[in-house]
Design a protein around this ligand. Structure first.
Ligand code: AP5
Length: 188
């Protein structure tokens, strides 16, 4: 099964993606984690994106498309996993279209799109309190990330509602309740 999980920054995409990946034996592909890893390793990619991420802006589409394409076409998926869950991608219409192109070449589809809905005040509070502390969790950067989500990412939902099975879940419940609800609606 191939899954895309969408939601505002701090809505719980990463948290739920890890739990769902375990439940459904999926490979968890987080563009944010891949980019942070590149920054930590000081690779050329990391140096290119560090400043963009620190400002809460989006990394160029072609950069994340390439990263995602490499990850989903990794042969390990075929043997070890029963699909993938994309967390933090796509984030723009161009990325959504790019994903469609990659999948059609691979003769694959997105089986389920999960959307986490959480009040903006709750997500901002979660990010400020995040235990491991991230460079982009400062109040002004959080505001920018939420703005970018509303402008660039929300429009993808219209496209996805026309094409895929989209499941919208209340992400403001406890972590366990959200996981249960997602599994319930997707497996129904
Ligand atoms: P990315 O890493 O994707 O960050 P994000 O979308 O801003 O989201 P977060 O990781 O903050 O939140 P989340 O929804 O995963 O929630 P989480 O589970 O962590 O992207 C970072 C940056 O990378 C972007 O700004 C951009 O620069 C770049 N980037 C990444 N992908 C890109 C792309 N495709 N295109 C262009 N640029 C890209 O939870 C948040 C906190 O809340 C945690 O502390 C968690 O423990 C807690 N929590 C989770 N669920 C609950 C719950 N139900 N109740 C209480 N607390 C909860």
């Amino acid at each position: 099964m191939n899954v895309v999980i969408l939601g505002a920054p701090g809505s719980g995409k990463g948290t739920q993606a890890v739990r769902l990946a375990k439940k459904w034996n999926l490979r968890h592909i987080s563009t944010g984690d891949l980019l942070r890893e590149a920054v930590a390793q000081k690779t050329p990619l990391g140096k290119q994106v560090e400043g963009i991420m620190a400002k809460g802006e989006l990394v160029p589409d072609e950069v994340v498309l390439k990263l995602t394409q490499e990850a989903i076409s990794d042969p390990a998926i075929g043997s070890e996993f029963d699909g993938w869950i994309l967390d933090g991608f796509p984030r723009t219409e161009a990325q959504a279209v790019g994903l469609e192109d990659v999948l059609s070449t691979m003769r694959e589809i997105v089986d389920a799109v999960i959307v986490l809905e959480v009040d903006p005040d709750i997500v901002a509070d979660r990010m400020v309190k995040r235990a491991d502390g991230r460079d982009d969790d400062k109040p002004e950067t959080i505001r920018k990330r939420l703005e970018v989500y509303n402008e660039a990412t929300l429009p993808i939902l219209d496209l996805y509602e026309q094409r895929y099975d989209v499941y919208t879940v209340d992400g403001s419940n406890t972590i366990e309740q959200v996981t249960e609800e997602i599994i319930g609606v997707v497996e129904a």
